[in-house]
Ligand binder design. Structure first.
Ligand code: KG4
Ligand code: ZN
Length: 345
């Protein structure tokens, strides 16, 4: 399939699967009229990760301001909205309930079609939104705090799983590493900042590529390797956060390089196995500057083109939900008012 959806249709997207409450208005799956994100990052930072109870309460507080803010920013009345799309899976159940309940109530009272959107597929759509032309199939990497998977994407709505992490997601590994290094939460941006002046070869971390054909990932071993490097020879230091004695910038840069090299190598391995010369990259980790530098460079050397989602649409947002919602709606894939949410994909 070549070309981009040109059909009109104004979709209100709603996202509340984790710790961002977001609403967006997108016309024709591409033109962004409003993009509102309320992040709870500061509320979870103290705990070093997302606390489901706090997330649910935050969504309840922010969901209507996000939707109302969106409509007033775009100066759009509810009468002009053609359909409502909402994340239905995967995510924290208590968080998903808030967004989907709001979407169901609006769809019922405004008498609009309702569309249930898969969050990971929406991250892939965010990358498609950066492409001038669509040329399926793609190898798609989605790397975030909760997921790290490779897909063969045959259309905006059809993604075939090629490989997934067997333990930690890439973002989760970065978040845990940052915590060990005392760099704070969320770990991805913190590691990137700390790594800016560090030597990525300062500490030799192995790249976990698994068996030669495998398209799965495994990041937990890297995390353990970091822990033992911090504990010193013989693992004697008892407090793993005691990172003062190490070259912090070098450690952050070396850890970041190991994660990003692994992601890049697996993408190119998938391209070679499937004979697909195009890659889409989305999810929070796709914001990483090192990945945005090395993957296109390595890909170009073997004739592969890489398209990243825009940085602001790598992390959770509702533009990608409205965008994919539009594609699903145009394919007639609407949801009933009593659809269920699911914590898993
Ligand atoms: O997609 P996202 O907002 O939420 C999930 O669906 O999980 O991704 C959040 C993840 C976090 O683990 C965060 O540390 C990571 O994305 N992240 C980054 C960067 N910005 C956010 N990782 C590496 N480099 C970044 N600049
Ligand atoms: Zn996400």
């Amino acid at each position: 399939m070549t070309g981009v959806h040109a059909c009109e249709g104004l979709v209100l997207g709603i996202e509340s699967s984790c710790d961002e409450t977001a609403a967006a208005l997108v016309r024709g799956g591409r033109e962004i009229l409003a993009d509102v994100v309320f992040s709870q990052v500061q509320e979870h930072a103290h705990w070093g990760g997302v606390v489901p109870e706090i997330a649910g309460r935050g969504h309840l507080r922010d969901i209507l301001p996000a939707i109302q803010g969106c409509l007033s920013l775009a100066n759009i009345s509810c009468l002009e909205v053609d359909a409502i799309a909402v994340t239905s899976q995967p995510g924290l159940l208590g968080s998903l309930f808030i967004g989907t309940t709001a979407a169901k109530a609006l769809a019922w009272s405004w008498k609009k079609p309702l569309i249930a959107v898969h969050h990971i597929e929406a991250h892939a759509y965010a990358a498609l939104m950066s492409a001038d032309e669509w040329e399926f199939p793609y190898v798609t990497l989605i790397a975030s705090g909760g997921h790290t998977s490779l897909y063969q994407s045959n259309s905006p709505t059809e993604h075939q799983l090629l490989g997934r992490t067997r333990d930690d997601a890439a973002g989760e590994a970065l978040d845990k590493a940052a915590s060990m290094l005392g760099l704070g939460y969320p770990g991805g941006p913190a590691i990137q900042n700390a790594a800016a002046n560090g030597n990525p070869k300062a500490f030799p971390f192995k790249r976990p590529l698994l068996s030669p054909d495998s398209l799965d990932f495994s990041f937990s071993g890297l995390k353990t390797a970091l822990l033992y490097k911090l504990k010193g020879p013989g693992g004697k230091k008892t407090d793993p956060t005691l990172a003062e004695s190490v070259d912090l910038a070098g450690m952050a840069a070396s850890f970041e390089a190991a994660v990003m090299d692994t992601l890049a190598k697996k993408c190119l391995r998938a391209c070679a196995q499937k004979d697909i010369p195009r890659i889409l990259v989305g999810g929070g980790v796709a914001r990483n500057q090192r990945l945005r530098d090395i993957l296109p460079e390595q890909a170009e050397a073997v004739g592969v083109k890489v398209t990243f989602a825009k940085p602001e649409h790598c992390t959770d947002n509702a533009v990608m939900i409205a965008g994919l919602g539009h594609a699903l709606w145009k394919s007639g894939m609407m949801a009933e008012l009593d659809f269920q949410v699911s914590a898993t994909g």
